[in-house]
Write a protein that binds this ligand. Structure first.
Ligand code: SF4
Length: 384
């Protein structure tokens, strides 16, 4: 439990920074104090410390991956209050890509040098073979891997794993193992939103609860499937809820490390974009685009809080724009994400960052802040 926080003075904040630089683990109350400070000097010091720890923990090189995002369907059984992407099957704008189209998109991506296909979609009850969901997903994975064996498939969120398991009456481990066997190489740590069930009751009441998200991610780790981790920030959540989320991610990774599992490869902050989100949540948040200052502060605190355990921190250029994401590289981040080639979920919510970056544009943004760049694989091996 996080105790009530007494607003710290500059001396107390300085002691927190000193402990962070001495590689001491911050407590949740330390992180809350850092996030709540409005003092410009303390915020400047926060940036300096996060950048220093980034250099120590991840080095100078900023990495990126050449990938294509394929959101294979937007037909979804759920109704998350922030989601501008989902459609009912009979609604205008509903789509469901067939295998041929997905293979064409993959071929096009590989021709452009992609090493990764990132694939997620809505929870489409029709996506089944003989009434069972898992065979549909397995066939899709095998079709891609048979045609493009060298492509890394970063696919299917914990929510999709639960959807398949629920529909086919399987355990999470059975679903994950079957997807892994078919060729999935890692799992996106999306659908985490904020790991607080009071927030989830408003944001995504039909989704898995926090404990189930953690359980599915941990099951993947135990089966040797690495995952990423995310936080959807800047909507209705409080600072203590943001910190409790970071704390659960840190504990998850500490458990993975204790078992000798790779666990979480990166932390990605996903600031909320509300422009075309459903009206009730949009009205409640009262802001259409992310607040860059808040996002930068949170990324700096995430670096300090998680960095010893999760080395790679990525801002979202889709949500913050490439300029905003490049700025985040000076607030503790060390990776600029992927080229994506196409993106639908956030762009349909009104994101200003676009849906595609070229390698040259990513490299240019990195060079503009005076840091070297390198292409990486999904699992953070540097490419020659
Ligand atoms: S966020 Fe995902 S699960 Fe929720 S409604 Fe949108 S597509 Fe469906």
């Amino acid at each position: 439990m996080v105790a009530d926080v007494i607003k710290p003075n500059q001396d107390q904040l300085s002691r927190i920074f000193d402990r962070a630089l001495a590689n001491e683990e911050l407590t949740p109350n330390d992180a809350i104090a850092l996030l709540e400070t409005q003092d410009p000097d303390a915020i400047a010091q926060l940036q300096t410390v996060a950048d220093q720890l980034r250099r120590r923990q991840a080095g100078e090189v900023v990495t990126y991956v050449v990938n294509r995002n394929i959101n294979f369907t937007n037909i979804c059984e759920q109704h998350c209050s922030f989601c501008a992407f989902r459609r009912d099957a009979n609604q205008d704008g509903a789509y469901w890509l067939d295998e041929t189209t997905i293979l064409q998109k993959t071929a096009d991506a590989v021709a452009q040098g992609a090493t990764e296909i990132c694939m997620q979609g809505g929870l489409n009850p029709e996506a089944a073979i003989a009434g069972r969901s898992l065979p549909y997903y397995v066939r899709l994975v095998k079709a891609i891997k048979n045609a493009f064996p060298d492509v890394h498939l970063h696919a299917f969120s914990p929510q999709e794993v639960e959807f398949i398991a629920r529909r086919d009456d399987l355990t999470f481990a059975e679903v994950i193992a079957a997807l892994q066997e078919a060729g999935v190489g890692s799992m996106p740590g999306t659908a985490a939103e904020v790991l607080d069930d009071r927030v989830r009751a408003i944001l995504c009441p039909e989704k898995i609860d926090s404990a189930t998200w953690l359980n599915i991610i941990e099951t993947a780790h135990r089966l040797g499937l690495p995952t990423t981790s995310t936080l959807l920030s800047g909507h209705i959540e409080t600072v203590p809820q943001q910190v409790a989320h970071l704390d659960q991610i840190r504990q998850l990774q500490q458990r993975a490390a204790a078992r000798g599992d790779r666990g979480i490869t990166e932390f990605i902050l996903l600031p909320f974009v509300g422009q075309f989100a459903p009206a009730p949540l949009r009205r409640r948040v009262g802001r259409d685009q992310p607040d860059l200052k808040d996002a930068l502060k949170l990324m700096a605190v995430a670096r300090i809080y998680l960095g010893q355990w999760i080395q790679n921190h990525q801002p979202s250029w889709v949500k913050l724009s490439l300029d905003g994401a490049a700025t985040a590289l000076t607030w503790g981040c060390n990776d600029l994400g992927g080229t994506l080639m196409e993106e639908h979920i956030t762009s349909m919510a009104g994101a200003i960052g676009g849906t595609c970056q070229t390698v040259a544009s990513l490299q240019g943004a990195i060079a503009a802040i005076g840091r070297p760049h390198a292409q990486r694989t999904t699992l953070y091996d540097l490419m020659a």
